[in-house]
Design a binder for this molecule. Sequence first.
Ligand SMILES: N[C@@H](CCC(=O)N[C@@H](CS)C(=O)NCC(=O)O)C(=O)O
Length: 220
Amino acid sequence: MALRLHTYWRSSAAYRVRIVLACKGLPYESVARHLLRDGGEQRRPDYLALNPQGLVPALEHDGFVVAQSLAICEYLEECFPEPPLLPAGPSERATVRAMALAIACDIHPLNNLRVQQYLRDGLGQDEAAVSRWTRHWMADGLAALETLVGRHSGDGRHCFGTSVTLADACLVPQLYNARRAGLDLAPWPRLAEVARYLEALPAFAAARPEAQPDAPPGAG
Ligand SMILES: N[C@@H](CCC(=O)N[C@@H](CS)C(=O)NCC(=O)O)C(=O)O
């Protein structure tokens, strides 16, 4: 039952998977892939052999390899169903997936490292323009999520219902990225409140970037 996660402490996509692993109480080996060192360890041949996309995370499970954080999360959900991170009914499950995908497909990819690098190096944009791009797409997506959480949270502490779901595992890392980008979360008080509650839970605390073995000493 050996699980090995290829990760980087600051990767929000890997952070989603770390949350799911911790929520399910699954021990795993962490293999750090530094995204900036030597042009990016995620682009080395040994890693591309595992994940030809050259992106973290990737999960190995007894010789099986899967990439894409949400595919990994759903795989873990199917192999290790307890505690469930998707609700029971089809419409509820679809709603949680839609919230998770709003982050993983429509917010995060526009602000990913390689996109920012291309804006800078490929298109000659300066730091101010890259930062404006980043904040624009985050704010656009977070505004919609604020409405969705208002509709679907059962207690103001979770994105959906009254227990942790895959939507929460996506929201907390995305808000970590938003803070890194210097976004003030004040316009989205529901999201800020959900994150404040979840970040204090032991599973979420264990998955946070600063708690990872590859985080530099004193990282915050
Ligand atoms: N859709 C992918 C995104 C993976 C992804 O973009 N990972 C980032 C870190 S959060 C990465 O590896 N970036 C490296 C790069 O851009 O070169 C997923 O959810 O796993």
